[in-house]
Design a protein around this ligand. Structure first.
Ligand code: ATP
Length: 491
C-alpha cells in the first residue's frame, strides 16, 4: 500500500533494548524493535472488520495477551482505505490514556499489516447493551463520565473521533472503556484545545468527498450533514445520542433508511420516552443542540468543566473513575412502565384478546396432535407463522426494548420455538432463540424475562398472567432439554 513498502517496519511504539522485553514494555528507547509475525503465537480470531481480522495473541516468551489486528494489504488498496488505515495508526500512536485501546507496535510482511494492540477482554459495550436493552442510571452515569474524560483527552490532543458509538467502545477486564476505531478520526494541526471548537482546517469531514459523510447515521451531527465540517463538538453530539440510547434502549434519531434519519437530525426531531430521567433529559437536551458552538462541553460554553458539573454527573469522582470499580450492568426498567394506566387505553381486537391456550401435555397421542394441528391450521390465523408446528401457548405481550414497547403476539410452539408477530400488520418479526441456556423468569404478575445467552427479552403481559407463560416455557424446556426428562427445579 502507498506510503508503506513491503517488509519495511511500520513503526514501534513500545520498544525495548533487551531481548526479553516485550511489546508491552514502556517506551524507554526510540530504537524500533523489528517484530515479525514469528514473534507472536496467534490464538483465536476475536473479531472481524471490513478489511481486518483481530486475533488474540501472545508475544513469544511473554505471558501477556494482546490483540493483533491483521490487515490485508491488497484488500485495503482495492477498497482505497490506505488513508483510513494510516490515520488510525497515527491517532493510536498519539493516544496515551487508559480509556483508549493502546497501540504497542506495528509491523508488516509482504501481504499484511499488523497492529499489536492492548486486548479489551470485556469485548464490546454494544454486546451488553444489546443483551440488557438499556442501562440503569448508575451504569449510564459511569460510562458517560468515562466517555467525557476520554473526549477531554482527545480534545487536548486536537483529535476528533467522528465515529463515536457503542460499537466502538470496548471494555477491558475491569469493564472500563477502551475507545477504538480511529479510522475516521481527524487530527487538527496546530489546534488550540479547549479554544478551538471548529474543525480547524475546514476540509470536508469526509476527507475530500463532499457528498458523503464520516461516521454512522444515528450518531452523526447536523453540522457534518449540512456543512460536512466536523468539530470537537461533533463528538459531544454523539455523546448525547449515546446517553439517550443507554437509558432509552434505542438511539434518539431512528428511521427506516439513512435519509429519514438525517432529516430528523437536521430538524432535531426526537422525543423522550416516558420514564426518561429528568437530569438525563436536561443533559441530552444540552448536548443535542443544532448549533455546535452551543453544546455543553464545547469551548464557547467553557469547555469540559460545565459538562462535568452537570447535575446528571452528581456524585461522580472524576479523578478516581479509572481506578474505581465499574458498576454492575443493570437494565433501566423504571416503575412507570409497570403502571397499568400505560396500557389502559390500548384496545385489541376480540380475536387477539381471547388468548388461545392449548395445554398440551406429554401424553398427547400422535392422533390427538394431528387433530389439534388440523384445528390450528383452519382456525388460528397465526398458524401461517409457525412453520407447521403446534402452538402450545399464545398471547399478546408487550415486548420492551429499553423504554420502548411493541405489542406482539407471542407463540410458543413445538420445536421448540418462540415466534413473535406484529399483530397489527400480521408480520412475523422474529424469534426468541431457544437453547439449553434459555431461562424464563417471572418478575411480577405483569412482567417476565426470557434470558438467552445474548439477550434478555423483557415481556409484559397485559393480562397479568406471566406465571402461566413462565410455567409453560419451563415445561417445554424440560421436554426438549432435560436429559432425563424428569421434572427439574428450573431450566
Ligand atoms: P470496520 O473496519 O468494518 O469499521 P472494526 O473497526 O470493528 O470494523 P476491527 O478494528 O478490525 O474492525 O475490529 C473487529 C472487531 O474485533 C471489533 O468489532 C472488536 O469486537 C474486536 N476488536 C478489535 N480490537 C480489539 C481489541 N483491541 N481487543 C479486543 N477486541 C478487539
Amino acid at each position: 500500500m502507498s506510503g508503506v513498502k513491503a517488509g519495511e517496519d511500520m513503526g514501534s511504539r513500545r520498544t525495548s533494548s533487551s531481548s526479553s522485553m516485550s511489546v508491552t514494555d514502556t517506551e524507554t528507547t526510540n530504537k524500533p524493535a523489528k517484530k515479525t509475525p514469528n514473534d507472536f503465537i496467534f490464538g483465536k480470531a476475536i473479531g472481524e472488520g471490513s478489511f481486518s481480522t483481530v486475533y488474540l495473541a501472545k508475544e513469544v516468551g511473554v505471558d501477556k495477551e494482546v490483540a493483533v489486528k491483521v490487515l490485508d494489504k491488497r484488500h485495503i488498496i482495492k477498497e482505497r482505505k490506505n488513508e483510513y488505515v494510516m490515520r488510525e495508526r497515527e491517532v493510536l500512536m498519539k493516544l496515551n490514556h487508559p480509556f483508549f485501546i493502546q497501540l504497542f507496535c506495528t509491523f508488516q510482511d509482504t501481504e499484511r499489516l499488523y497492529f499489536v494492540l492492548s486486548y479489551a477482554r470485556g469485548g464490546e459495550l454494544l454486546h451488553y447493551l444489546n443483551k440488557l436493552s438499556s442501562f440503569d442510571v448508575a451504569c449510564t452515569q459511569f460510562y458517560a463520565a468515562e466517555i467525557v474524560i476520554a473526549l477531554q483527552h482527545l480534545r487536548n490532543l486536537g483529535i476528533i473521533h467522528r465515529d463515536l458509538k457503542p460499537e466502538n467502545i470496548l471494555l477491558n477486564d475491569e469493564m472500563h472503556i477502551q475507545i477504538t476505531d480511529f479510522g475516521s478520526a481527524k487530527i487538527l494541526k496546530d489546534s488550540s484545545p479547549e479554544e478551538n471548537s471548529k474543525g480547524g482546517d475546514g476540509t470536508p469531514a469526509s476527507g475530500g468527498r463532499r457528498n458523503s459523510f464520516v461516521g454512522t447515521a444515528q450518531y452523526v451531527s447536523p453540522e457534518v450533514l449540512t456543512s460536512k465540517k466536523a468539530s470537537f463538538s461533533s463528538d459531544l453530539w454523539a455523546l448525547g445520542c449515546i446517553i439517550y440510547q443507554f437509558l432509552a434502549g434505542l438511539p434518539p434519531f431512528r428511521g427506516g433508511h439513512e435519509y429519514q434519519i438525517f432529516q430528523k437530525i437536521t430538524k432535531l426531531e426526537y422525543d423522550f420516552p416516558e420514564g426518561f430521567p429528568d437530569s438525563a433529559t436536561d443533559l441530552v437536551e444540552r448536548l443535542l443542540v443544532i448549533d455546535e458552538t452551543n453544546r455543553l462541553g464545547c469551548p464557547e460554553l467553557g469547555g469540559f468543566g460545565p459538562l462535568k458539573d452537570h447535575e446528571f454527573f452528581k456524585g461522580i469522582n472524576w479523578d478516581s473513575l479509572k481506578d474505581g470499580p465499574a458498576p454492575k450492568m443493570m437494565p433501566y426498567l423504571p416503575a412507570t412502565s409497570h403502571n397499568p394506566e400505560l396500557w389502559s387505553s390500548e384496545r385489541v381486537g376480540f380475536d387477539d384478546k381471547r388468548l388461545v391456550e392449548i395445554i398440551t401435555d406429554t401424553v398427547m397421542t400422535a392422533d390427538e396432535r394431528k387433530k389439534e394441528l388440523e384445528r390450528q391450521a383452519t382456525g388460528n390465523k397465526y398458524h401461517q407463522f409457525v412453520e407447521g408446528n403446534l402452538i402450545l401457548k399464545q398471547g399478546l405481550i408487550d415486548k420492551r426494548k429499553g423504554l420502548f414497547a411493541r405489542r406482539r403476539m407471542l407463540l410458543l410452539t413445538e420445536g421448540p420455538h418462540l415466534y413473535y408477530v406484529d399483530p397489527a400488520n400480521m408480520v412475523l418479526k422474529g424469534q426468541i432463540p431457544w437453547s439449553k441456556e434459555l431461562r424464563p423468569e417471572a418478575k411480577n404478575f405483569k412482567i417476565f424475562f426470557v434470558h438467552t445467552p445474548n439477550r434478555t427479552y423483557y415481556l409484559e403481559d397485559p393480562e397479568s398472567r406471566t406465571e402461566e407463560w413462565v410455567r409453560k416455557i419451563r415445561e417445554v424446556w424440560r421436554r426438549y432439554y432435560s436429559s432425563d426428562n424428569k421434572p427439574v427445579e428450573r431450566p
